[in-house]
Write a protein that binds this ligand. Structure first.
Ligand SMILES: [Zn+2]
Length: 211
């Protein structure tokens, strides 16, 4: 299982720190027990057309012995590209500002990659719109007004939830797409993800520290 922590570092800063990135230690998301750091693994992330190698810390629960990877909020599970890249493409295409090809060029990713993100997002748009609108309201914000395009509504709902979260300490600097990635446990564009709302209930992400 993986968890997402609200990392504010740029991709380049995170990558250049190697294993030295200071990662907050969560409670076990399964049993709330105490965890210890438990090695980790290297993976790649692509940002602004460049691939960087990053180290992902793992923790292991002392009680239930399950290990969890701690993904920085700019990483999407099973995706090479940074969350902001995918979010920029999705946001532009879903709101009708431009087509997939110019959005892909702007993000420095292949056209086919961008098309895959938009399709995956479209397939989950209804569920994401409902979940993020509910989260916006739960956080004291307002649900987005209806839109004809479900993808546009989902993007608006993510924006509304982020706007509400940004009023709380620590969330604002993350930006909407790292926020969306954190709330969905990195599975914003995954094929078979549980809803973000459930992940919030199970605390599979770590809220920012208020101090
Ligand atoms: Zn546990």
């Amino acid at each position: 299982m993986s968890m997402v922590w609200p990392c504010l570092l740029t991709v380049d800063a995170y990558a250049s720190m190697g294993r030295a990135v200071k990662v907050p230690r969560p409670d076990c998301p399964s049993c709330r027990g105490r965890v210890v750091f438990w090695s980790g693994y290297w993976r790649h992330v692509r940002w602004r057309g460049r691939c960087r190698k990053i180290f992902i810390r793992r923790v292991r629960c002392r009680a239930c012995r399950v290990t969890h990877a701690l993904l920085p909020a700019f990483t999407l599970a099973w995706r090479l590209d940074a969350a902001e890249s995918a979010g920029a493409v999705i946001g532009q295409v879903a709101s009708g500002r431009c087509g997939i090809r110019p959005a892909a060029a702007g993000a420095g990713v292949p056209h086919t990659t961008a098309r895959g993100w938009v399709r995956r997002f479209a397939a989950r748009a209804g569920e994401l719109a409902v979940s993020f609108a509910a989260l916006a309201v739960e956080l004291g914000g307002e649900a987005p007004r209806p839109r004809d395009d479900p993808r546009h509504l989902a993007v608006a709902a993510i924006g509304a939830a982020f706007a509400a979260a940004a009023a709380l300490p620590g969330w604002g600097p993350l930006g909407p797409w790292r926020f969306a990635c954190a709330v969905t446990g990195g599975s914003l564009l995954a094929a078979n993800a549980s809803s973000p709302y459930l992940i919030i209930g199970r605390r599979r992400f770590m809220p920012p520290r208020s101090t």
